[in-house]
Design a protein around this ligand. Structure first.
Ligand code: MN
Length: 393
């Protein structure tokens, strides 16, 4: 039995909240289109209380999006709920994402409210919003630092008041996978099977993907993510990473998503371009080095079969194709490959000498940028490159 797992993308809300990122309504619409065509179930378009241009962007997105549900973030305040209803009025499917902090530190120092008042405020807001949107999601902020029994109770009350989805946030990214699993199991036991329990993980300790996966194994019905993992501080669970992890483990995990895997590359490129992001070179799947090889043994293997050192064919995911680099770690087989690609050849003995010289030179000067640079280098150093004979019949 394979169950369907809902993907809630928050690139345009949590992602855009990241310091240094600011999107015009037009850019937000472009990203929303890419998300919609990549098959995300819910697309969080923004936080209407932020201001006029944000509300404009959400109205434009609501008109444009065809399949995804459009969600907006909202505090448990009636005037804010009314504002959210107005900006989502053109959406095919709308979701109100109400949230409140449930940890002692947030309730005491940020909200300055008693726990019981927090519960009542949320119940009233959910009741007020019910019927004004296609679905209501109730999220706990700082769930991982909340009292587990209080968390279970407030979620149960939220569902009783009318929430259709509940969601738990590891807001400060402090949790371990085991903790996430326990929390999901506990809240599931409180709210029952009718309502999906979602998870929202931050990457402050590099555990966002692992924690999200742990939630899925514990029965979470919805996962939050952002394209390329952008978001507050160290970011959120990267959509492309969790998508590939899930795809590889359908049988083991028993879940599938509605994501269109061949759109992932386009989606990541759109977000990178519209936001002007610099992605670190070793970022999983989308970094410049993610499918690049230099070392002799690796290149030798990949030339025979790319899957010797690559877990997926990047092009199947719409990601950028692998590449080879000619540098200090390059071996004989790679040099032969580059020469043959250019219809050139060198006998074995000379190839070994050229390999040694390439290693020596690039150790100090850095890798060659192109195959042409390699060919010029070989010729300049007296290597006679012969043409590969092509026998045609
Ligand atoms: Mn967040």
């Amino acid at each position: 039995m394979v169950r369907n797992l809902r993907v809630f993308d928050t690139t345009l809300r949590d992602g855009e909240q990241a310091p240094g990122i600011h999107l015009t309504p037009e850019k937000k619409v472009n990203i929303a289109r890419a998300l919609d065509s990549a098959g995300v179930d819910v697309l969080e378009a923004g936080f209407p209380a932020n201001g006029g241009s944000e509300r404009n962007a959400i109205r434009m997105i609501s008109k444009e999006v065809e399949n995804s549900t459009v969600a907006v973030l909202c505090r448990p305040i009636t005037t804010e709920i009314d504002m959210c209803q107005e900006v989502l009025s053109r959406a095919g499917r709308s979701r109100l994402h109400l949230w409140v902090s449930t940890s002692p530190i947030h309730m005491r120092d940020k909200l300055r409210m008693e726990p019981l008042d927090v519960i009542n405020k949320m119940i009233n807001a959910i009741r007020y919003a019910k019927g004004k949107f296609d679905s209501i999601q109730f999220s706990s902020e700082d769930a991982t630092r909340s009292d587990l029994f209080f968390l279970g109770n407030i979620m149960k009350e939220g569902v009783r008041a009318g929430a259709d989805v509940v969601n738990l946030a590891d807001t400060v990214g402090c949790a371990m996978p085991e903790h996430i699993s326990l929390m999901i199991q506990h809240v599931r036991s409180c709210v029952g099977d009718r309502v999906p329990v979602g998870i929202h993980c931050h990457n402050d300790l590099g555990l966002a993907t692992a924690n999200t996966l742990s939630a899925v194994r514990a029965g979470a019905g919805q996962i939050d993510c952002t394209v390329t993992g952008i978001g507050e501080r160290a970011g959120n669970c990267p959509l492309e990473q969790i998508a590939v992890v899930l795809k590889f483990n359908i049988r083991h995990l028993g879940v599938e998503t509605n994501l269109k895997m061949d759109r992932l590359g386009n989606l990541c490129d759109t977000v990178k371009n519209e936001m002007g992001l610099n992605i670190q070179i070793w970022q999983p799947l989308i970094g410049e080095n993610a499918f690049k090889h230099e070392s002799g043994i690796h290149v030798h293997g990949v030339l025979k079969n790319p899957l010797t050192y690559e877990i997926i064919d990047p092009e199947e995911m719409g990601l950028h194709k692998g590449q080879f680099v000619i540098g200090k770690h390059t071996g004989k087989a790679a040099l032969r490959h580059f020469l043959e690609k250019n219809n050139l050849t060198l006998d074995d003995e000379k190839l070994i000498k050229l390999t040694d010289l390439v290693k020596e030179t690039t150790t100090y000067k850095g890798p060659f940028d192109t195959e042409d640079d390699l060919i010029q280098f070989a010729r300049a150093n007296g290597f006679e490159l012969k043409s590969l004979r092509r026998h045609c019949q």
